[in-house]
Design a protein around this ligand. Sequence first.
Ligand code: PLP
Length: 457
Amino acid sequence: MSTNDFLAEWDRDNFFHPSTHLAQHARGETPTKVIKTASGVYIEDRDGNRLLDAFAGLYCVNAGYGRKEITDAIAQQAGELAYYHSYVGHGTEASITLAKMILDRAPANMSKVYFGLGGSDANETNVKLIWYYNNILGRPTKKKIISRWRGYHGSGLVTGSLTGLELFHKKFDLPVEQVIHTEAPYYFRRENLDQSESEFVAHCVAELESLIEREGADNIAAFIGEPVLGTGGIVPPPEGYWAAIQAVLKKHDILLIADEVVTGFGRLGTMFGSEHYGFEADIITIAKGLTSAYAPLSGSIVSDKVWKVLEQGTDENGPIGHGWTYSAHPICAAAGVANLKLIDDLNLIANAGSVGAYLNQSMKSALADHPQVGDIRGEGMLCAVEFVKDRDSRTFYDAADKIGPQVSAALLSQDKVIARAMPQGDIIGFAPPFCLSEQEADKVVAATVRAVKTVLG
Ligand code: PLP
């Protein structure tokens, strides 16, 4: 038995994988995939297969793989001080420096950053902070959070509830009652095909207004949204959407959380997605791109408006009763400092913008005429291709046909390119590292064309 055979067996027998068909995997019906090393946009498995990772892990390895600047910073920090906590005012050179670097890059209304470990826990923090905020302001009923169907905000209790995808609710007794959902700004999937984009925005706004009316603005604390819907299908908002939503929220004194776990630090070719679309958040969630996933770190960036109330709360009630052992972990913070510096030094955000535009344009030129391609969309270094059974009537395939998973499997087996079959709908998503070159983008497009041809003709 080779080492790989042992690993496959140990994997099946011991490892509970996230977001996996547990029974099939345990029975050995799905392959064990053991990734060994990586460099640039390529990962390599233990069998020596070199794969072009056009999804940057889970859209997180923004700086690309194998960056010595980041791994050296991690090693140096581990040697100097692997851990100290950040409770009762403690910090480290790395965590304090990183907080400043984040605020230097954040929108002007932002004030402080609380560090967590992943996007889910950062959004849990956000909800707690908002409940605390409204209690301090003497508004004990103003607690519900509005999210969108197809939004993705994590898989904890509240965050799994915020996530608007059925798979994350079913059999988990979610969503919890404090979370309510509204229409996704998904123009391609609008119910009324005659609607123009601006009519569809008006429809989304009317849906939000009627939800607020039904629930009562006095019972609604916040609205959470990704600037571009990510896991729900990689869907940029229709023109004018965010300005219109922000106006409704302001009118009803409802806070706005921009979940920038995917879009923060450059994926749209700009530093933050909220700025990209011209809206102003009260809290911004960050994670993935903060360290390019070299170490687990997230953050809740809170605005002056929220911060002032939190300060008032601790003057009235004592220290805030919220914290994780690993908040602002120095090794993760050192990875963040090195990553943000590298992204600046190599001008990677500009590259995400220009090569991302090239990738989107090339994908459109290559596939827009295919009868089973219903939509090709993207922004910055994000791109998605959505398949339909019939384009004129916009008829979708049955989920059981697994068209998206088949196309992504063909990309992998034929050309060793990783694209993600998005979990709801026949959509394949691309979110490569920011260092992708035009030649590598060409390779991704050619492989996609070949895979679509194999599966759909
Ligand atoms: N928010 C968004 C927009 C995400 O895309 C994700 C993960 O993909 C999360 C939150 C949850 O982050 P994590 O998986 O690190 O908990």
